[in-house]
Write a protein of this length. Sequence first.
Length: 451
Amino acid sequence: MSSNPVAETVASLIPRARVELTELVAFKSVADFEQFPKSESEAAANWIADALRADGFQDVALLDTPDGTQSVYGFLPGPEGAKTVLLYAHYDVQPPLDEAGWVTPPFELTERDGRWYGRGAADCKGGLIMHLLALRALKANGGVPVNIKVIAEGSEEMGTGGLQQYAEAHPELLAADTIVIGDTGNFRVGLPTVTSTLRGMTMLRVKVDTLEGNLHSGQFGGAAPDALGALIRVLDSLRAEDGSTTVDGLTDDASWDGLAYDEEQFRADAKVLDGVELIGSGPVADRIWARPAVTVLGIDCPPVVGATPSVQASARALVSLRVPPGVDAAAATKLLEAHLTAHTPWGARVSTEQIGQGQPFRADTTSPAYTAMAEAMTVAYPGQEMQYAGQGGSIPLCNTLASLYPRAEILLIGLSEPEAQIHAVNESVSPEELERLSVTEALFLRNYAAS
C-alpha cells in the first residue's frame, strides 16, 4: 500500500483492532436463544455501545427490535451541512457447527498462518472493527468530513427481520445520503470488489405425516407409508438430474454480466472433493449470483446411532431457497410451498411453515458514491481497479433501506472473501484485508464528502 497519512494511521491501529476483535469474538452472540444464552448477545451489544461512546458517538442506544434481539445505534456529527453516511454491520454470528472441526476454539481469536481465526472474525464482527478503524484514521487526519450513523444488527444471520421492522416503524432513524453495508467481501484477497447484487432468500419448514405412530418395519414395512421416505422424495423433486434447482414456476436461466468466476477456482474455493461434480449448468457466476438455489439445511429424523427398525410416522426438513434479483421473494415462497405440496407422494399429509424471508437486491452502480469508492479502492489497492461481483447470500435489510430511502446510494463491501470460510468451521479474517478495506472506507468517506 502506498504511503499516505490515512494508511499509516490505520496500520498503527491494527494491534488495537486485534485486541478489540478478540474481545468481540469471545461473545457467543448467536441469535438463536434455544441454543445460546441471550446474555451473550446482550453483552456483545453493550460492548459495541461502549466502543461507540468511547469514540465520541452521540445518541448511542440499544434498540429492542420486534424479534427479541437488540441492534446498536450511534450518531457521530460531522461539519455543518455535511452529507450523512450510514455504516452497517451485524454482531450476531452463525453457530460454530462442529466444534471438533475447529483447529482452535471458535470463540477465541487465534492467529495462524497470517490470518485471525474465530467465529464472526469476518462475518461480521470484523466489519464493525473496519468501520471503527476508518473513522479513527479520519479523526487523526483532519476529522470525519460527513455525519456518521452506525447500526450494528443483532439477528442478521437468523433472517427474523427485527431491524427491518424497527426501521420501518422509525424511518427517520437510519435515513442517510449513502449507506455502506460492511457485510460482503472481495472476490479474492487483494482484489477490491463491491457487491452489486444480492440474492434474496426464503426458508420453510416442511413436515410430512403418514401414520398415527411409528410401526415395526418387519410387520408393516412394504405397505405402510414411510414419512421419511416421502420427505426424501419431495426433497429430491427440488433438483434436476444435474443438480439445478427445479421449483415449479420458477425460472432458472438468468445470466450474470459482471466478473467471471473460473470453474476450477470455484472448486478450489469451495473445497470440492476430487471427482465430485459441480451442480447446475452454465457459467459458475450464473449459478451462484443470477439463479435460484435450493438447499436442504436440516432434517429431523432418527439418527443412525440408536435407530430402531421402524416405519417413520413423521419427518421434517428445513429448506432454504435463494432468490435472484428480479424475482419477488414472497412470490418465490408461494411457488416453493406449492411445489412441496404437489410433489409429496402417496397422499401423505404435508404442511409448511415460513421461518424467514428477504428480498434480493440490485445496486445502482452509476451513482457518485460508486465513483468515490472506485477512487478510494485504487489508492488502497495500488495497481488494482474496483470490480463488481454478485453475492449468493442475502442481506434482507438492503431492500428495506432501499425502500425507505429511495434516493440513498447503497454500497456493499466487507471482509468475507473465499478464504474467510464464513458460516463454516475455521472462519478467519485476513488482517491485511482488514487494513486495506479500512483505508478504503476512510478514503471513500473523504472522497464522497467532496463530491
